[in-house]
Each structure stands twice: as structure tokens, then as C-alpha cells.
Design a protein around this ligand. Structure first.
Ligand code: UN1
Length: 517
């Protein structure tokens, strides 16, 4: 008998998170309302209905926007360290609810419970980071060319920030954006993926509780639900100065065009096609761990998932055999059961894309080395469990050039030196994450040099996924160019103002221009 949700504590997790089964949807703070169509959320784990939310209508959106705009007037006047204090409390609440939220992430999205917990940990980490930042929103002081003048820059909040997030990181990516936006003095409207709406409700509940406990306005945290038409309400809205969107390159191109058309700012984190280069100097044991976790973690549905292994011909067979052997040990099944490594993919549409990709790689001349396939029978009733597959392929294959959100790893062979491997690695349209496995200093430095990886993330002796929040996260080319989370990513959530103050009784002009009256 397969275990039930009660055995895994899902019912009690939902209770802890205040997620009831129906009629939740749009929300400003803790006030839920919505009048649109129902969106049902089915778990890919067991195919069961988790709950339903109502989609946001234009009228609902108008109400949210009005509340958010009003809340911004108040929130922006709070000193940044005080805003940091609120984010600190939010991080503490997440610590309290880590297990429950990690479970819901696992159950609604399908990633392993460990990865669900990891995702909540990313939220906690970004809160800690944001709290520190709230006392460090520094601008520069410049020396004026004019005597008796002082010149400096300061950062002010932007206003209402729109966040569109994807199903694969249903809570962490929202937190990256929102924790920074909040300490910067912005208010947020979040549209989570319509595939993971319950995670949205759970996070909204946690955040709203913190704002309410501090007597702060409802509209600092807002939630809207629905498909791309709901996202469009924000992308078209001139009252939303920044749209942060995570998802496919196809979606990002639409958002970018719409937001640029009204001269708004967009922060895009889109598709990846990430490779690990394995050189003759690689540590094979480390390579196998990095590659296998990178390819099958989150069932290959991270933006940072390893999709291509670029292996030197001299060690090709050794690496291939080691990775194939490791795949033989993978246990696929209920992600809440910690004995399993790989859970389901998000839905049956994703399963179709997975099957089509495997058929295509064969059609293009590739060779399957680890067979894929959809699992059926007890425990696999949802129809969303697939076998992680490996195919030998060519970088020029159309399917290899394309990001398929599923556990499919392509093996590519290179001869020559690191620059030949880099040509393959960089020879795709996307530019998110990259890695090299080598103990050779020259290879490592070449990989990181100006002629090296063209990606936003470049790792040495680490896989492509699992970035820490402290670094700026994002990538180049079709990945969209945005940077989220750590480093100075906060700057995009603020407007920079240059201030020059004349404390003399003269009015000298810059550039020495004479203008005597
Ligand atoms: C994503 O897939 O959109 O680096 C985010 C990682 C995670 C975040 C991935 N920390 O794999």
C-alpha cells in the first residue's frame, strides 16, 4: 500500500500554514478576496486535489493596486533598518514553519522534501541578508568640481514591484525579490505560478501575519493568482515601475517587450542550458556527484539544472560509465519519502515534453545510454514520474540547444583543450550557469577568464545548480540579463538620485561656463 498524505504530515502542514481548501485567491495582506475562475491545484506526487484558488479579475486587481499604492506611501517613510526588523521577524516565522512549508513545496511541486527544506532555507538566508542590507543601502559621495558644493547619491524606493515567479521554485524566488524589495521600501504584488498557488497562499499568510502584528498596512504584501493574463495586468501597468519575472525565455521575451514599451524596468531570470566541462584533470568522484545532482535534482526542473556534460575524449568512457552506474542507484518515487532521490515532474504536459525530447534526440542521431520512460503502477498513479535519462548527443542538435525542463542529460565529447570545450559550452543561446571540473589551475583560470564561460554563474569543482543567495543570481543572453538575490542586486529595486548642494553665496556653473547677468 502506498502511503497517504496523512502519513507524510501534509494535512497538518496545510493546517500550520493556514491553507484551507477553497476560495482563497487574491489578497492584500490577510484579506483574501477574488471573483475569477477557480484554479485547482493537483499534486504531482499522488494526483490528489490540494485545494482551489480563485483567479484575480481586473476589478480585483484594481483593488489590490489601490491598496498597494496607499501602503507604499506609509511604508516608504519607515527607516530602512525598521523595515529590516520586519523582514527579520518574517525570517523567524519561516524558521518556525520551515518543515511545514518545505513539505507543501515538496507536495505541490514534486521536489524532494530535502530540496523543499533547502528552498525554505534560501528564504531564511535572503531574509538574514536583507536585514543586514537594510543598514547598508549606501550611495557614494563624490567630490564636486565646484567650490563649496557637496555631491552625493542616495537610493529611494521605487514603488510597487511586480513579481512573477515559476513553479519550480514556488517560494524561494519570491522571497529573493520580496525581502530585498521590502527593505528597499517597496511594496510587492506577487503572481505565483498557477501550477503552485497553494505555496503562494502559504507565504502570503506568513508575511501578512508579520505585517499585521506590527500594525502595518495590508497592502505591503499582495497576492494575485491566475495565468499569463493576470501577469499582463501588471506588465502593462505604468504604476508598476519594476517587473521581476522568472520563467521561460518565451515568457521573458513577451514581458520584456511589454515593460520596455512603457519604459518600465524589468528583471528577467529565464531559461538556462547549463553545462559541466569535465577535463582530463577532473576528480571523477566529485564530477559524478555534481553532475548527477545537477541533472536529477528537482527532477531536472531547475533553471540551473545540468543539461550537458562536456567530457574530454581521453576520459569520456570512464566518466560515462561512472555516471551511468550512479543513475542505476537512483530511487524514483514519492518525494516526501526521504529514501527517494527523484520525485515527479510537475504535470502530464511536462511528461509529454520529456517524451518528445527523448524521441527527438534519437531522431537527430543521438544514442540513449540510460533509458527514459514514464513509470506506472503503485505509487506512480499521478502519471508524472519519469526516469532520468542520458543520451549521447551533438551540441548542434536542435533539442540540445533547447531547454527541456525534465531530467535529461546530454553527453558531449570534446577533443583539444579547455577552449575547445568552452566553444561547445558557450555555443548555445542561453547563459545562466556553467561549471568546470578540473584540478588544473590553468584550465580553471581559462574557464573564468574573459575568453572563458559567457554565463552569469561560473563554478570550479562545483556543479551548475545550488547557488548560494549571497551572490548575484542570473545570466546572460537568452537568460535575460537580470540579477537577483545577493551582491548589489538590491539596486534594481531602488531609484538612484544624485544630489548636489551649494553652500556658498555664489552660483558657479559646472564645466566652467560663464553666464553673467
Ligand atoms: C531556479 O531554478 O529558478 O541555484 C532557481 C540554484 C537554486 C536556485 C534556482 N539556488 O539551483
Amino acid at each position: 500500500m502506498s502511503k497517504t498524505t496523512t502519513d507524510f504530515g501534509i494535512d497538518s502542514a496545510l493546517k500550520t500554514l493556514g491553507v484551507s481548501a477553497t476560495n482563497l485567491g487574491t489578497s492584500t495582506g490577510s484579506k483574501f478576496f477574488a471573483s475569477g475562475e477557480e484554479i485547482a491545484s493537483y499534486s504531482p506526487v499522488d494526483g490528489k486535489l490540494i485545494g482551489k484558488v480563485k483567479a484575480t479579475t481586473q476589478e480585483d486587481y484594481a483593488k489590490v493596486m489601490e491598496t498597494a499604492t496607499a501602503a507604499f506611501q506609509e511604508w516608504r517613510t519607515k527607516p530602512a533598518p525598521l523595515r529590516g526588523e520586519i523582514v527579520r521577524q518574517f525570517g523567524d516565522k519561516l524558521r518556525e514553519k520551515k518543515e511545514a512549508l518545505g513539505k507543501l513545496v515538496s507536495y505541490e511541486m514534486g521536489k524532494s522534501y530535502q530540496e523543499g527544506l533547502g528552498e525554505v532555507q534560501e528564504m531564511i538566508d535572503i531574509c538574514d541578508f536583507a536585514v543586514g542590507l537594510s543598514r547598508q543601502l549606501h550611495g557614494l559621495t563624490m567630490h564636486s568640481e565646484r567650490p563649496g558644493h557637496r555631491m552625493y547619491e542616495q537610493y529611494h524606493p521605487l514603488g510597487v514591484v511586480g513579481i512573477i515567479s515559476a513553479f519550480n521554485f514556488p517560494v524561494a524566488v519570491w522571497a529573493w525579490n520580496t525581502a530585498l524589495a521590502w527593505i528597499c521600501g517597496d511594496v510587492c504584488i506577487w503572481k505565483p505560478s498557477e501550477k503552485t498557488p497553494m505555496c503562494g497562499i502559504a507565504c502570503q499568510n506568513i508575511a501578512a501575519e508579520v505585517f499585521a502584528a506590527n500594525g502595518l498596512p495590508e497592502g505591503i504584501c499582495n497576492l494575485i493568482n491566475g495565468d499569463h493574463t493576470v501577469g499582463e495586468m501588471m506588465t502593462k501597468d505604468t504604476r508598476v515601475p519594476l517587473i521581476s519575472a522568472t520563467g521561460s525565455t518565451r515568457m521573458g521575451k513577451i514581458v520584456a517587450k511589454e515593460v520596455a514599451g512603457r519604459l518600465g524596468k524589468s528583471l528577467l531570470e529565464l531559461g538556462g542550458n547549463n553545462a559541466i566541462i569535465v577535463t582530463p584533470d577532473a576528480d571523477i568522484k566529485m564530477t559524478v556527484i555534481g553532475a548527477v545532482f545537477g541533472a536529477v535534482g528537482t527532477a531536472g526542473q531547475r533553471c540551473t539544472s545540468t543539461r550537458r556534460l562536456i567530457i574530454h575524449e581521453s576520459i569520456y568512457d570512464t566518466v560515462k560509465d561512472a555516471v551511468v552506474k550512479a543513475y542505476g542507484q537512483l530511487r524514483i518515487g514519492n518525494p516526501l519519502d526521504e529514501n527517494n532521490h527523484v520525485g515527479p515532474i510537475i504535470d502530464t504536459d511536462a511528461v509529454k515534453m520529456y517524451e518528445a525530447a527523448l524521441a527527438k534526440v534519437v531522431k537527430e542521431g543521438g544514442t540513449i545510454v540510460v533509458e527514459g520512460g514514464v513509470l506506472s503502477g503503485e505509487g506512480y498513479e499521478s502519471g508524472c514520474y519519469v526516469k532520468p535519462a542520458i543520451a549521447e548527443a551533438n551540441n548542434t542538435f536542435e533539442i540540445v540547444q533547447h531547454e527541456t525542463f525534465a531530467p535529461i542529460l546530454y553527453l558531449l565529447k570534446y577533443s583539444g583543450d579547455i577552449h575547445d570545450a568552452l566553444k561547445l559550452q558557450n555555443g548555445v543561446a542561453q547563459g545562466l550557469s556553467s561549471a568546470v571540473m578540473t584540478n588544473n589551475l590553468r584550465e580553471a583560470e581559462a574557464f573564468l577568464s574573459v575568453q572563458g564561460s559567457d554565463c552569469g554563474i561560473a563554478n570550479v569543482n562545483i556543479g551548475t545548480s545550488g547557488a548560494e543567495i549571497g551572490g548575484a543570481f542570473g545570466g546572460e543572453k537568452e537568460t535575460g540579463g537580470g540579477r537577483e538575490s545577493g551582491s548589489d542586486a538590491w539596486k534594481v529595486y531602488m531609484r538612484r538620485q544624485t544630489n548636489t548642494i551649494n553652500y556658498t553665496t555664489e552660483l558657479p556653473l559646472a564645466q566652467g561656463i560663464k553666464f553673467d547677468l
